[in-house]
Design a protein around this ligand. Structure first.
Ligand code: SF4
Ligand code: SF4
Ligand code: FES
Length: 327
């Protein structure tokens, strides 16, 4: 079957329109052929000047991440024909949120820089354990997903928070952080959580779920971020807007059973900054997002909601105790 590849070419050295333009190629594609095989065919038979990265061709090395029909994907494990069936063509652009060197080759230095910032290795406690630390199956499973990362950058390439904040530590490094914070042998979890709770840290995530959705290895970075946040609040690292926001959300649920946006804003931002949110509050009310701006009476069935909260708190206390016993 003849298929069309439309590729965003970049030539930073060229001027004018040649700097960034779309070039189309028609190739013959067979059942089971990957987008990477299509690119190799173009490079071999039609245009050897096309630049892209690849190595393993088996979704292992993480080199071939790019934007395929709008989504961050590995070219080697994305098949052509299902994409054609869905989109009618193959549109390929470089991985988003990265500076382009040439065509589909992007600069990964910010990716590695962010990863280095989170100390990507186990650090021992100040006092070394006197006995061997045994890892149970359950301990290993707690960090198992985050160990599957192949550093492809699909998560960072699809991250909405990174798109607006270049300095955001971003999902790949946060998933890596959980790899160590969640490890029973790690000696500096609280210090790590403290660092991740500062500006551009884990609370910058807007929970769009893209990182988890587009990760080709099932690392689930968003779930890792949620666990990091949970541990930070549990460790009392709450002097930041993100932690204040979630604790005020929980307070509101326990108090009235629904989100009391007005009270949450004051608790999160403090009195003075909340005043600046009043026009936004009016807009929310006009769009039916905050039907009762001042009065939030408890809902019917609030006792049930409180019971659920209490049960969950008991479970969490048990989990914490279990973890502490291992330390
Ligand atoms: S869930 Fe958070 S970290 Fe993941 S892509 Fe969205 S904003 Fe980025
Ligand atoms: S978390 Fe997933 S998407 Fe992100 S770099 Fe690792 S393997 Fe790639
Ligand atoms: S070529 Fe290695 S992951 Fe695609």
């Amino acid at each position: 079957m003849r298929v069309k590849f439309k590729i965003r070419r970049h030539d930073p050295a060229a001027g004018g329109k040649r700097k960034s333009y779309v070039q189309a190629y028609d190739i013959e594609a067979a059942e089971g052929m990957s987008v990477l095989e299509g690119l190799l065919k173009i490079g071999d038979q039609l245009d050897p000047s096309l630049a892209f990265r690849k190595s393993c061709r088996s979704a292992i090395c993480g080199s071939c991440a790019m934007t395929i029909n709008g989504f961050s994907k590995l070219a080697c494990n994305t098949q052509i024909l299902p994409q054609i069936k869905k989109h009618g063509e193959i549109v390929i652009e470089p991985l988003k949120n990265h500076t382009v060197y040439k065509d589909l080759v992007v600069d990964f230095s910010s990716f590695w820089g962010k990863l280095n910032k989170v100390t990507p290795y186990l650090t021992p406690p100040e006092e070394s354990p006197t006995e061997e630390v045994r890892i149970t199956k359950e301990d290993a499973e707690a960090v198992d997903d985050s160990q599957k990362c192949i550093m492809c950058g699909c998560c960072n390439g699809s991250c909405n928070a990174l798109e607006i904040d270049d300095n955001y530590i971003a999902p790949a490094a946060l998933a890596k952080s959980w790899r160590f914070v969640g490890d029973v042998r790690e000696g500096n979890s609280t210090r790590r959580l403290d660092k991740l709770s500062t500006e551009h840290g884990m609370w910058t995530c807007v929970r769009c779920v893209h990182c988890t959705q587009y990760c080709p290895k099932g690392v689930k970075p968003l779930e890792a971020i949620e666990k990091l946040r949970d541990r930070a609040v549990e460790a009392g690292i709450t002097d930041n807007h993100g932690a204040k926001h979630v604790t005020s959300m929980l307070d509101s649920i326990k108090r009235v059973g629904i989100l009391d946006e007005a009270a949450m804003t004051f608790k999160t931002l403090g009195f003075v900054r909340s005043l600046g949110m009043i026009p936004f509050g009016f807009k929310m009310q006009m769009h039916g997002k905050m039907p009762r701006p001042l009065l939030f009476p408890a809902i019917d069935g609030i006792d049930e909601v409180r019971k659920i909260c209490k049960e969950r708190e008991k479970e969490k206390a048990k989990e914490r105790l279990k973890r502490e016993k291992k330390k």
